[in-house]
Design a protein. Sequence first.
Length: 335
Amino acid sequence: MKTLSEEQRAGLLAFNDCFVEHPALTTIIEDFERLRFNRTLGGEQQSMLLTGDTGSGKTQLINHYSKRFFSQQRRNVLTKPILVSRIPSKLTLEHTIIQLLMDLGQFGTEYRTGRSHELGLTESLVRCLQLCETELIIINEFQELIEFKSAQYKQLIANRLKYISEETQIPIVLVGMPWAELIAEEPQWASRLICRRQIPYFKLSQGPEDFVRFLKGLAIRMPFDLPPKLEEKHTTLALFAACRGEVRKLKHLLNEAVKMALFDGANTLAKEHLANAYQLFYPSMSNPFLQAISDLRFTEVASYSRYEPNALSDDEALIATRFTDQMSLTQLLKK
């Protein structure tokens, strides 16, 4: 069995974990910076709502941004400029606060469950945030805390997070699926969530140049002496046909294709590697990398997933992302 050199393996790992900005992500990073700066001016802190459908790149963006800030040991306290947390598996307010404490490095807080009231946990969190000199709180997968919850419970969540932000003077970024927007309907957050952003899927019918620039950014980060020409028309169109504009889908395909090229000892990524990677993932589908442009069929997002709180059952509450019917390039560009 072929193996990779340490250099090749390091290059592959770096590419798998690489981050490429595009205009929507640049705007969001600027928002994060603005929230942090505004905090130094005092007064009521703004908060932010960031939504995006599955595979749009929310978590990758958060991880990339948080890696820019290093924790330091000061006066026996580990500073945490950017606190990134997520909704825990136990979907309660109490466990959410415990998760925030744990992500601040307050180990052992999980044992407080049942022995501390939620308000006591909140006060502990406020003190720890101040000691850790936290400048921005980012809570990922926020939609999980409001799914299938009553209006009263959502109000309780809104009140508690508002209290934490007010007491610490730290802005909060709520990140989640499109239906995380439901929190914005709460009076406590309607005016506080001044900044609301969405990470969209790429669309060829609208702004295809963003997709091309994104592909170029990925190409120059590949571990080859000669970056591939992903921006060539057929390759670009075939990649879009394969991923439907979803970043995660695109990245999984390219990760596999790059690995295949490295195992082949190739000096760059070739169309055959893309075709083989696609065949591996979708063996029963027509392979876009082996088709002529005139034969390619495209589909792109028509509407994003959503949550219907008034649905008759939980199964009917979550509405999946809807994509267009397949169409030719000519039909797509006429949209």
